[in-house]
Design a protein around this ligand. Sequence first.
Ligand code: HH2
Length: 282
Amino acid sequence: MASLRWKCRDREWTCAPPGLVMGILNVTPDSFSDGGHYPATHAAVARGLSLAEQGADWIDIGGESSRPGAQPVAEEEELRRVVPVVEALATRTPAGLSVDTTKAAVARAVLAAGAHAINDISAGRFDPGLLPAVAEAGAGLVLMHMQGTPATMQADPRYGDVVEEVLAFLRERTDAAQAAGVARDGIVWDPGIGFGKTLDHNLDLLRGLPRLCAEGFPVLVGLSRKRFLGQLTGLPVEDRLAPGLAALLHAAAAGARLFRVHDVKESCAALRVAGSLGALRA
Ligand code: HH2
C-alpha cells in the first residue's frame, strides 16, 4: 500500500507505518475514563503539552463527551471549553490539533483559533454547516461511523454485514464531504468502535479493517480503554492499557494508520517495537 497523506490546511502528515498517535485531551466533566481531570484551561493546556512531549503527533481536544448515554452540551459551553485550549496549544506545540465536535459554530471557532482538523463523530450528519466550515478552512476531517446518536446508540444496534454497512456509510459521507468542498486528501476514515456496536460488531470491524484500509483513505481507530476491552477481559477502565495495546497493534498490522489514545507514551513505544520488527503492513 502506498504511503497515504493527510493534508490539513498548510500542513501534511505522512500516514506510513508505524502510524500517527493522537493523544486524547478531554475538556469535559463527564468523559468515561478521564472526565473531570482537566476542566480548567491551564490544566488542559499543560496536559496537551505533556501528550506532545510523550510523542503524540496529534492532540484531539474534546469539549463534549460522546460516551454511551451522554447528553449534548450547549454550543456556548463547548466553545468556552475548547477555544482557549486550542488557542494556547496552537502557539506552543508542533503537534497537529484536531477538535472532536459535531457543531459547525465550534468547528469555525477552533479553526480560526488554529486547529488543523475536525474530528466529527457524526460525519457531518448532525449539523449541515459543519462540512462547509471544514471546506472553507481547507482543514482535515475525520469521518466516523456511528449508528444512531450517543444518547441512543447502544440501545439495540443491528447490522446485516457490519463491515459492508460501515464501508457504505463512509463512502456516502465522503461523497457528501467532497460535495461540500472538502479535499479528498483531507479525509480520514474511522469505523467508530463502540458507537452503536455490540462486542461482536466491534470484533467483526477490527477483523475487517483490511477491507476498510484498502479503500485508499488513512484509517483512524479509537480503541483506548473502551468497553469492548472490558467485555473481553473483565478488566475495569483503569486497567485496560494492556488489552488496548494488543488491539492497537492488531489494528496497526491490519493497516490502520492513526490511533486515538489516552496512553501516548505506551502506545508510541508499542508501535515503535512492532514497526521495528516489520510486523506492520507497509
Ligand atoms: N471515541 C470517543 C470519542 N471520540 N472520535 C473518533 N474519531 N473515534 C473514536 O473512536 C472516538 C472519538 C470516545 O468517547 P468519549 O466519551 O469522548 O471518551 P474519550 O474521549 O475519553 O475516549
